[in-house]
Structures are given as C-alpha cells and as structure tokens.
Design a protein around this ligand. Structure first.
Ligand SMILES: *Cc1c(COP(=O)(O)O)cnc(C)c1O
Length: 396
C-alpha cells in the first residue's frame, strides 16, 4: 500500500466521523459535501454559547478559534494569515477582488471557456458600465485553457486573467501554475476561482502565482454553508481599494479622511457568520490532519473508477474534459437529467444537475443540455459507486 492510500481502518474512521454516510450515498460534494461530525459540532457549540452568553461575548471568547480559521487556510495555501479574508461565500470574495482591480474602458479581461455564470455576469456588468472587453481563451485538444493561445492573446490592453480552476460542470483541472507564469511575465492581474479545487487538491499560491484566489467552505472543504474566503497577495494587492468598505475594512480618521486597513481583511465586512468561520476553521484543520495529498489521490482514483463504471451503462455518456481530471463527473443519459436526479434522490443517492446557463459558453460550444453531476469525495467508497451504478442501470 502506498503512503497515499487509506487503510481500511482509516476509511472506517473517516466514515464514522461522517454521520451522513449512514443515510445517503452522497455524490454531490461539488454542491455541498457532508460535514464531518467535528465540523458540525464546532458550529453548534458556537451557537449554543451565543444563546447562553450573547453574540459579542461569544466572539471574544472564541477569538482564538476564529483566528485559527485564518491560520489553517494560510497553512493550506502557503501564504500568511494576513493575506486571507473570510467572506459570506465565494461569490462575494470573488466580487470584492474583481471590483477592486482598476479596469477602464478598452482594458481586456481574459477568461476561460468554462467560466462560472456568477463571474461572467459581473464581467458583462462592468463591460456595460465601463466598456472593458471580455475575451475567452480557447481550449486546447484536452478541452482546458490553451496556454499558447493565452500567450498569443496577451497585449498591452490585457489587464486581468480571471480563470476558473475547476469548472462547476465537469472534471477538468485548468493549468493554474502555467497561467500564473504568463500573468507574471506580462504583469497582468491574475484572479483564480478555486471554488471547486479547494479541499480537493494541494494548492500553493506561491507556485500558482495568483494575486487573488477565491473559494467556498461548503464544497470539497466539507465546511458549513454561508462562508467562503479570499486570498489576496500582500505584495500586489496591498494598495488596492475594495468597493465595499465598512468600519472593519477601514477606519474613519476625520471629516475628510478614512484609512483602509493594511491586511486582506479590508475585503471583509464587520458583521459575519462567526459560527461559520469557526466551522470553516474546523473543516480546514480536519483536512490538514488527513493530508491533502492523500485526499487528492483517493478522489482521482474514485472518480476514475466512477467514469469507467459509467461507461458500462447503456446510453450513458461521460462528458468530462481535461488532461488532469478531478472528482467531478458529468454525464448524460437517455433520461431527462432533472427527472433522473429526482429518481436517484428517492433511492437515497445524491447527485446534482448541471444547468447549461451556469457555464454557458462551454455548454453551448459543446451543444450540451442538462447533465448529471456526480462528484466524489475521499469518504465515498467503491461499494457506494457500485450501488449507484446498479441503481442507475435500473432507472435508465
Ligand atoms: C460554487 C461555485 C462558485 C460560487 O460559490 P458560492 O460559495 O456559492 O458563492 C464559484 N465558482 C465556481 C466554479 C463554483 O463551482
């Protein structure tokens, strides 16, 4: 057994830590993964304390637990805790970063073909308001961002490369580090949406070279809902001005002056879901204890297994692109996806439906309608996948 494999005993422990696995076969980890007991308990403990002692008083009491969330995230990403902001969700984190980048009419934004709707809509909004131009980087033969095409698109007007690391609608992993080298060479801002890659694979912001990275708690990190975070590189983003500034992000100095705080928390608001922050901290700590290299190895193994099993089901087609593939598996079948999801749910199997409008450019270019997304995590098992396949054969 390689050091990356989980022993049977380790798997039994991990599954015992996850109450949900006795209820459902959870293949919706890209939607919201099952929380381990320690994460749910951290949130509940915080809320119970709030009920008894009050919200502000609880925040003071739990200060070190709140700080730990920043420390754990920074440890995972190889940055400083002062380069982390914790926000309500990944979208807010991403928007705060995006809207703080100085962009003007005729400046160009380069994005990936599988860009997420909540990123692309703000591009369009800014384009309407300021006249910035949006350009999609073509994919290579693997269906992922083509590095050479990206290099060719760079010119003096390109100010931002905004990429989704792992798209919401399939298993590909975009070459984040290679994109970072190009961004650096041409001195272009680099914003990475790592919502689906965080918690799935090792991420090192020094190696990636991004100025910003946004992510959410509830997906592969297995944290609670309603919380996300932003990495903002101190050297490059230190002088940027977020568009939303409150008394936490800035201080009011005089009738004519305010001063923005020096760390990444300038991207936060004062009021936030602190039980969620504590839960996120517990989730990242739990992940660090298990080891992200092992997690990533097992996710890839299980996803490969799922793809190969799916290919044996008559009428089913797997649609994942990319050279390196991750835990997100997308497929079509002769049955309507929404209806199939419902049937699977009735059999206690959780999957989600991929909506074409959520990654419009990619889905349209491939002529795809609604698909099923089955996303595996390390706590899933081959037996669960087998059960899923049998059920699928039965209903398809
Ligand atoms: C889920 C997702 C988001 C949005 O995350 P929220 O926490 O819901 O704001 C952004 N980008 C991608 C690729 C996602 O999958």
């Amino acid at each position: 057994m390689s050091s990356l494999e989980f022993s049977q005993q380790a798997m039994a422990h991990l599954r015992a830590d996850t109450p949900g696995v006795s209820q459902v076969i959870h293949l919706n980890n890209a939607g919201a993964a099952l929380m381990p007991e320690v994460v749910g308990n951290a949130v509940l403990k915080y809320i119970r304390h709030e009920m008894k002692y009050g919200g502000y008083e609880t925040a003071e009491k739990f200060r070190s637990k709140i700080d730990l969330a920043y420390d754990h995230i920074a440890h995972y990403l190889s940055c400083s805790p002062s380069e982390i902001a914790i926000c309500e969700n990944a979208t807010t984190a991403w928007d705060q970063a995006f809207l703080s980048i100085p962009l003007e009419s005729k400046d160009e934004i380069l994005c990936s073909a599988a860009e997420y709707a909540s990123n692309y809509i703000p591009f369009l909004q800014l384009a309407k308001r300021t006249g910035v131009q949006i350009r999609t980087i073509p994919n290579n033969e693997y269906g992922q961002v083509d590095i050479n095409a990206l290099e060719r698109l760079i010119n003096d007007r390109v100010k931002l490369i905004a990429i989704t690391h792992v798209p919401t609608n399939g298993g590909l992993v975009n070459p984040a580090c290679k994109i970072g080298q190009i961004a650096k060479r041409h001195q272009v801002w680099y914003l990475l949406d790592a919502c689906q890659s965080v918690g799935q694979m090792p991420l090192n912001v020094r190696e990636i070279g991004c100025d910003f990275l946004s992510a959410t708690s509830r997906k592969y990190l297995r944290g609670p809902r309603g919380v996300g975070f932003l990495f903002a590189r101190q050297e490059t983003t230190g002088s940027l001005e977020p568009i939303i500034l409150d008394l936490h992000a800035a201080s009011w100095k005089s009738e004519q002056e305010y001063e923005i705080r020096a760390d990444a928390r300038k991207y936060e608001n004062w009021e936030t879901n602190l039980s969620g922050v504590v839960g996120l901290g517990a989730a990242v700590g739990y992940m660090l204890d298990i080891g992200i290299d092992r997690i990533w190895a097992r996710i890839q193994l299980l996803a490969d297994y799922l793809r190969s099993r799916l290919s044996t089901v008559p009428g089913v087609r797997v649609h994942d692109l990319g050279k390196t593939k991750c835990g997100i598996v997308s497929f079509s079948s002769p049955r309507d996806a929404l209806e199939l999801k419902k049937l699977l749910n009735e059999g206690s199997i959780n999957v989600s439906v991929i909506h074409p409008s959520h990654t419009l450019i990619d889905m349209q270019s491939r002529g795809l309608g609604h698909l099923i997304r089955a996303s595996v995590h390390y706590y899933n098992t081959e037996e669960e996948i087998d059960t899923f396949i049998e059920y699928l054969k039965h209903v398809v």
